[in-house]
Design a protein around this ligand. Sequence first.
Ligand SMILES: N[C@@H](CCC(=O)N[C@@H](CS)C(=O)NCC(=O)O)C(=O)O
Length: 207
Amino acid sequence: MSLVANRRSVMTLFSAPACLRCHAARIVLAEKDITVDIIQMDEVTMREDLYQINPYGTVPTLVDRDLVLYGTQVIQEYLDERFPHPPLMAVDPVSRATARLALYRIEQDWWRGVEQVLEVGDRAASKLRKALFESLASSSEVFGLKPFFLSEEFSLVDAAISPVLWRLPSLGIADEKLPQEIRDYARRMFNREAFQLSLTEAERELR
Ligand SMILES: N[C@@H](CCC(=O)N[C@@H](CS)C(=O)NCC(=O)O)C(=O)O
């Protein structure tokens, strides 16, 4: 496993510069101020090398000594448990389940929505772009209920939503079109120091 050799003392995240899911993982690392070696991989080397340690060859992939994790939400929850401060999940089972359900829905509706718009050509994207916009807009009230999404504190759910909102203008969904609650929420998230630290150069250029 050449990718993990010599990388045993510090945790390593295999990431791609503009990957939405990697961004969500990088936000968790930054919020917890975790010392990590972030390896930004390009599309070609990604497949060749990552298959050695991850059967899907996908990013993000996290290596912590002998542990290799993939699946963004698996990585996010591991980081939260391995580095408990500050906690990014509530303690009680109902709140934890509610957060996990939100994460599941964000992946299904918003992460896949962004990825689909990026995958298809420009003309075919307009329907997908509209569906993504409408899905976000239909949740606008929830964005305004609390300082963070469904929570008084920053959580894994916010780490999952922020990369979506950051990418909207680059997908043809202008901030001005978004309901005010979402714009205010986005501003609060983008102003966080950890969010700014999580950005790669490629992501900075998206805005
Ligand atoms: N279910 C995985 C999917 C990861 C995924 O599809 N990552 C993309 C980048 S965002 C990737 O590595 N694509 C390259 C490939 O599939 O070979 C997760 O949530 O981490």
